[in-house]
Design a protein around this ligand. Sequence first.
Ligand code: SF4
Ligand code: SF4
Length: 171
Amino acid sequence: MRECGTCTLCCKVMGIVELEKPRGTWCEHALPGRGCAIYDQRPDTCRAFSCLWLLNSALGEEWKPEKCKLVIVPDDLTKATRVYVDASSPDAWKREPYFSSLLDFMQKGLLEGRLLFINVGNKNSLLLPDVNAGWRLEDLGKLQEGDEVRLKRAGYPFATRYEVEVVRRSN
Ligand code: SF4
Ligand code: SF4
């Protein structure tokens, strides 16, 4: 069973509804590198949260969020894998060995309809294959709770390309 230890990165990159804490800024209760100043009274969102590194021992120590600057969150309800990048290292996801693995996660996920999001602060992007460059990022702007991201595949199988549609909750 893994433990967070000195990692506190989710207290920076994640938004916490109960605290009205936006993504990408430290929680006012965070003790970076040490833990939470209100641990016994922390919100339910914090109590329920586990990142993928905690859940999946197949991810090596190099994937510990405080090292890679990435907090990976599986979301089975919406069939998504969300990668929250430390805004102080916005290109951390492009470094190796992470980049090749994220491309692999994305390709395998697409086979079962799972999307891989790269989120830096409030900016959301979708990592996709590209016929010419191998991969591309689709900028989705700021997503709100309930917005739905749909993918349409065209040109299969020889020149497969993906078209993205964002269905806003307010529509
Ligand atoms: S990002 Fe993961 S390992 Fe780091 S503090 Fe949060 S739950 Fe623990
Ligand atoms: S309340 Fe505690 S556990 Fe929750 S985000 Fe803030 S510092 Fe982290």
